[in-house]
Design a binder for this molecule. Sequence first.
Ligand SMILES: [Ca+2]
Ligand SMILES: [Ca+2]
Ligand SMILES: [Ca+2]
Length: 294
Amino acid sequence: MTAKRHVERNGAWKPSRFLLLCILVSSIQHPVSTFAGMPQPMVVYYGQAKDEYGLPYRNGADVILRIGTNEITRHTINGSISPGVNFTLYVPIDDGRDDTRYVSYAATTGQCVTIVVVDDRGERTIMEGAAVPCIEHPGDLLRINVTAGMDADMDGLPDEWEWQLLLWGDNPLYHTVEDIVGSDDYDGDGQPNDDEYRAGTFAFLDYDYFFAERLARTANSRLRVEFLSVAGKVYRIESAPFELAGWSFAWLPCEYALTDTGALQTGPAEGTGNWFSFYVPDVPSNHVLRLKVE
Ligand SMILES: [Ca+2]
Ligand SMILES: [Ca+2]
Ligand SMILES: [Ca+2]
């Protein structure tokens, strides 16, 4: 018997036993709601952690996320998860309906977090500390690349990397970290300091810079583009119609394979620390290629 039929027969609404049973069962199914918050979709911080020289960690480091002094979660780096991503930090989110969390280490929206790296030299603060986003919405995926270095002169280059130029280079014009500027070309090899930092080449050696060292047609009629890669760095190859006017190119990802007969793919590839080749099929005439590193 439903509540509606009960009203029709007696003229006044009375809860039926069935309805009472439903209310009772409902309260039994969710007893936790009156004692603690409810879980919401996790927030995920992910990205690439690099050392003070801009080299992606391959192993031997933990990325830790804290709220205040409480550790919420950590990721022990063991290679890459995908090109350019070597950590994910899953943050459990509580709906914050009261002061009791559904798990003790759950966060709530509006809280801000800190990220640190622990490597073989201990705990390291990250250069991007002020850029780490706070928790705003359950289920957010938040990309943040982190660098375990210092940047006292706030030029985006780790000071440790800049000191390397001063210690190993011989350019008499530079004496302090403040003298090193990203847009300058310390070693005069044609590539600015910040490009060499990004590529992982030595910005104090004029014979070390990022370029395709070999271009060759293969037995399978593909174009082999070979370069010296840095482990963990992300590489892309793109093509565009050659336009003389304005030298503006409409770059698009280029199909490539990792061997001469391998399956074609697009998207990023991750460096190995050794010689690396893109095998590009059928480059249309009047097209140009470019090789990128992040
Ligand atoms: Ca700096
Ligand atoms: Ca240079
Ligand atoms: Ca160089």
